[in-house]
Ligand binder design. Sequence first.
Ligand SMILES: [Zn+2]
Length: 460
Amino acid sequence: MKKTLICGGLVVTKDTIGKYDISIVGEQIEALKIHGEFSAADFDEVIDANDLIVMPGLVEPHVHFDAPFMGGKTDHDMLTGTKACAYGGITSVISFSNQGKGESLVQNVKDWDKNNSGRAYVDWSMHGLIYDASELSLHDIPELIKLGIPTYKCFTTYRHSQRLMDDDSMLKVLKTTKENGGMLMVHCEHDATCEYLKEKAITEGHTEWIYHAKTRPARAEDMAIQRVVDLMRTENAPVYIVHASTADSVRIIAQAQTDGLPIHAETCTHYMLLTDKMLERDDGYLWVCSPPLRQAHDLERLWNAAKMGPIEVVSSDDAGLPSQMRRDLCEGRFDKVPNGMPGVEPRLTMLYSKGVREHHIDLQKMVALTSTNPAKLFGLKNKGCLAPGADADICLFDPNIEWTMTASTLHMNTTFCPFEGERVVGKAKTVLCRGEVVLRDYELVGSPAHGQRVFRELEY
Ligand SMILES: [Zn+2]
């Protein structure tokens, strides 16, 4: 088996920071030693990590690859998405199933396996999407868990596209989740509030982009999260709140944790860095996502919640659609804009550049939020750490390189970058996934034959 040494870097994990060298044998980490203790002559390849930060490969638990939308699909599929992942330091990515309502989730996952063999630069997994508590859905949950997919998402909104899960269904799904060892992910926005405000705005002649934010207010998200918390008091199953975005959402989640409920939460890069001011631009439709971008005081609270809890994960919710298609479909109306932004590649640089360098979080917290915590929460057993026996998933991050982030300096399959024109610092330089170099000196060198679906199993 090939032996590789990563030599001279500053190793940063959730628990440690220091100058260590890492030996890799085949696909796994063999050992870590104080810098200089290994002999380079014992290795087939030595990767110089001087002046670099060496961290576990990132785990991205929230993207929408190949998600169908009105005859089109999201920007990224497995091939283009995992390529952008490699450039963003990500070595494991979890996307969502894409079956329609009434179709078998288990069959959909089997199709993903079949259709994506040889199409992933890095390792990957799926979450299920679940719309109701039909006999089929409840039957699919234990089957899905047996396939190594113990997590699935539901929505408290999107009634009009048949995706809303009502309270009756959620209680049954929570019960089945608890009995089978899964975790339910929930998109929280109170649908009736959003629908009511939308109708009202349209009736009053307001179609501007900013009304997307005004009609999906913070309180709609807070209400929906509180409702899920209250349902958990009846059926106490693990829950993961996706994209918490408001100041109060983190207060509600923290209180639920204090009460002993098994609730976890993520936020996304864009909620920590951008405000609804973006929707006041002429091209504001490009920043339409749900929940919408919030306000400055929310951002401050999210950074604090990422530092102190209860936010455990920062994901990208990568779900871009072609800009031209978005403009054509919306006809100038806020409520018709297809939702979602690309973001899988900027996540690491933005968190470092705006989070670590501006003293919101430290390096170790950045590693926890983007790698160790999502690996643990989503049952990626051998990922998210740099320990003997773990997969050699490693990101060598250059913390000194300065550059301007634009769609053209990134490698995502899109012409839109939510952080267009930002001067930033830091970039993934070299990335290994299970011992294989997929990115070398900022350039993709990996093969789409390398990435495998990871069998996930929850530990709680
Ligand atoms: Zn999403």
